[in-house]
Ligand binder design. Structure first.
Ligand SMILES: [Zn+2]
Ligand SMILES: [Zn+2]
Length: 282
């Protein structure tokens, strides 16, 4: 996803673990006066982590007969470092208690926000990110990337954010999604793109499980199993064009034109009016 222009107002919403905290933002007037993203990028909502030592969690856990050990990180019954989740059924077996009263509850916190301005940003990420970065640091990082001219692609911002967490030695799960709350009209004719697909090409070191997951991801994303990257710019879009010789793919006519000088020497379809026609590669 690429952010093409700054919205009228711009404020990040940073939920953690599928739920979220706090609100603050700019009105359109303030933003119009600034004409660019503000120096600071305030976090308007941030969720409370469901760690066993949080007062609400500890209260429920102990009421259900569990214990919270105050180590780092704090653990439920000396084992689990989280206090809510969809699995972990061994902590949910008390037939006398509601689902919301078990040591581990599957009930999420739900936060509602009104008056979010168009262009607000929502970052959803799991533990490994928040273990090493604060919500303010994430917000600042996203703000800086989007201040670039042109703004950095949001998919690249998410990928780079995860690399930053790895550098900071995070060893927990890391999944990140950055949402840009716009009306979507800018994207109406913008094809889906597979980013950072290099790992799909070099399968030497990958175990079977990883390969199976990559294959499943490609299938659900409706991309072909093999990378069909542009012969010129290397981008891999969902809709690729194929030269009539069937040897090369291009992301656009522009790239096809740029690549023709080099490709015509080997193109088997060059009798076709001096430039191979493109057709859908999918
Ligand atoms: Zn291209
Ligand atoms: Zn060709």
């Amino acid at each position: 996803m690429r952010v093409r222009s700054f919205p009228l107002a711009f404020a990040p919403f940073v939920p953690r673990k599928l739920d979220a905290r706090g609100y603050m933002g700019w009105g359109p007037e303030e933003y119009a006066a600034m004409r660019k993203p503000p120096e600071r990028f305030p976090v308007i909502l941030e969720t409370v982590d469901h760690k066993p030592d949080h007062p609400t969690e500890k209260f429920r856990i102990e009421a259900a007969g569990g214990t919270v050990t105050m180590e780092d990180p704090p653990r439920l019954d000396g084992s689990l470092a989280v206090s809510r989740g969809l699995g972990d059924f061994e902590y949910k077996g008390d037939g006398q208690r509601l689902a919301s009263e078990q040591k581990v509850s599957c009930v999420p916190d739900i936060y509602e926000i009104s008056s979010l301005q168009p262009g607000s940003i929502c970052v959803i990420g799991c533990d490994g990110i928040w273990d090493v970065l604060t919500a303010e640091e994430v917000a600042e990082y996203v703000r800086e990337e989007l201040s670039m001219e042109p703004p950095t692609d949001l998919g690249d911002v998410a990928a780079e954010l995860l690399r930053l967490c790895l550098k900071k030695n995070s060893r927990d799960n890391m999944t990140c999604m950055i949402l840009h709350l716009v009306d979507g009209s800018d994207w109406a004719n913008f094809p889906d793109e597979m980013k950072n697909y290099e790992k799909l090409l070099d399968r030497g070191d990958q175990d079977e499980d990883v390969q199976t997951h990559y294959a499943a991801f490609l299938t659900t994303s409706q991309f072909p199993a093999q990378a069909l990257s542009c012969d010129v710019c290397k981008r891999w879009l969902k809709q690729m064009n194929q030269c009539q010789c069937k040897q090369v793919f291009y992301c656009s006519r522009n790239c096809q034109k740029k690549g023709w000088k080099a490709h015509q020497k080997v193109c088997g379809a060059k009798g076709d009016g001096g430039g191979a026609k493109l057709k859908d590669g999918m």
